[in-house]
Design a protein around this ligand. Sequence first.
Ligand SMILES: NCc1[nH]cc(CCC(=O)O)c1CC(=O)O
Length: 309
Amino acid sequence: MRKIIVGSRRSKLALTQTKWFIEQMKQAGAPFEFEVKEIVTKGDQILDVMLSKVGGKGLFVKEIQQALFDKEIDFAVHSMKDMPAVIPDGLTVGCIPKRVDPRDAYIANDHVRFMDLPIGAVVGTSSLRRSSQLLMLRPDIEIKWIRGNIDTRLRKLRDGEFDAILLAAAGLKRMGWDDNIVTEHLSLEDCIPAVGQGALAIECREDDAELLNELAKLTDEKTWVELQAERTFLNEMDGSCQVPIGGFATYDGNEVEMTGFIASPDAIQVFRETVKGTDPVAVGKEVSKILRDQGAAEVIKKVKAEMDA
Ligand SMILES: NCc1[nH]cc(CCC(=O)O)c1CC(=O)O
């Protein structure tokens, strides 16, 4: 029986997701043995610097992609939202399992609800997408950057460094945290999730037909269509990690409806649009085109110029 080496980041969330997916493959009857190989990525090492300043999403996946090219591993389980818009030649996403809760979870000391936070309350997040949408609802709160894995962030909250923090609901659920720790889930209207939030991407070599055949059996069609729209939008916007960007699509088996969100880093200029259609790629492109025409293109250009300066 072929032995499949599965690469995983060393974080608890990554290992949990990897083990969960291997279990799914076993249950689906994949004729393989599995071994998990841990890989420490740059993103895991640089924990105290603002993520967007040190290179963004790519940090978590580059070493893993190299290990795939070098045949040290056969596939890797990523959080879809950590995947850059473009997959390098030679690699492919072989499976997109069913997405879990895409929303952002708001967790506050004493469960103070978001709209009830006192003026000047300190909310922890390191995501420009979350901070800009929070500031639209509550311009009076203070955003403070927070880094570290889920456990570290929850500890910093309890220690009183923050009045509240935001985390992806999906990560909490996969880690087995009880819903009771969540004060409230931000609605999909109030806070557009990151592209791919709540979904996983299984990445492997493009020419590994035997593996691809087994992976395909675990793809969820609804999630796959939704992600096509969201990732087309992400790719078309050509944003950087310094631009607040969100995108969320739903597919009802016939039509896909997608909302895209772009803002200036100070959240003063905000662009949002929803498009519906039967072709997910066309929908993603259309949302991108409308936001660009509204002025999002200028915002992205300005942020990129500042980054190069
Ligand atoms: N940015 C890191 C990251 N990548 C994926 C998740 C959670 C799981 C997911 O969104 O699929 C998280 C943690 C978080 O944002 O709270």
